[in-house]
Design a protein around this ligand. Structure first.
Ligand SMILES: [Zn+2]
Length: 136
């Protein structure tokens, strides 16, 4: 799970806290961080959804704490992968993503059997987060 920085050094995928408008702390945001220079890049798989989240908060949000790994499936998968093994291995990330997909599909089965449409919609959006391409 390495990426090359524009300075030529390796960038490591880490989870960090992003502060928005000095009031909101968003924890466990997957970010590529360079080992040599101060460059950081948001993990491509979550970039759009993070942008949407920040957009929804607006420029004058109320102080709050948002665990991004509960908002976004990729952040959850990466947190789990880092908890199991460091540094991140693409193969273990892939297997955790697959486990999580199966878990969501099982839940989907339950949600549809009880006819809970709101829950189904929620699960569907989580599944689409995971199926989004994550390697840039
Ligand atoms: Zn760099």
């Amino acid at each position: 799970m390495l990426k090359r920085c524009t300075c030529g050094h390796a960038m490591k995928l880490i989870l960090r806290t992003v502060i928005h408008a000095r009031k909101v702390s968003i924890t466990n945001v997957p970010v590529y961080s360079c080992e040599q220079c101060p460059r950081n890049e948001v993990f491509p798989g979550v970039k759009e959804d993070l942008g949407r989240l920040v957009g929804r908060l607006g420029s004058d949000p109320k102080p709050q704490h948002i665990p991004f790994d509960e908002v976004h499936e990729w952040a959850g998968v990466l947190r789990e992968a880092l908890a199991r093994k460091k540094p991140l291995q693409a193969v273990s990330v892939a297997s955790i993503a697959e486990e999580r997909t199966n878990e969501l599909l099982d839940l989907m089965l339950i949600a549809s059997s009880v006819g809970d449409e709101a829950w189904m919609a929620e699960l569907k959006s989580r599944l689409s987060q995971l199926s989004a391409q994550y390697i840039s």
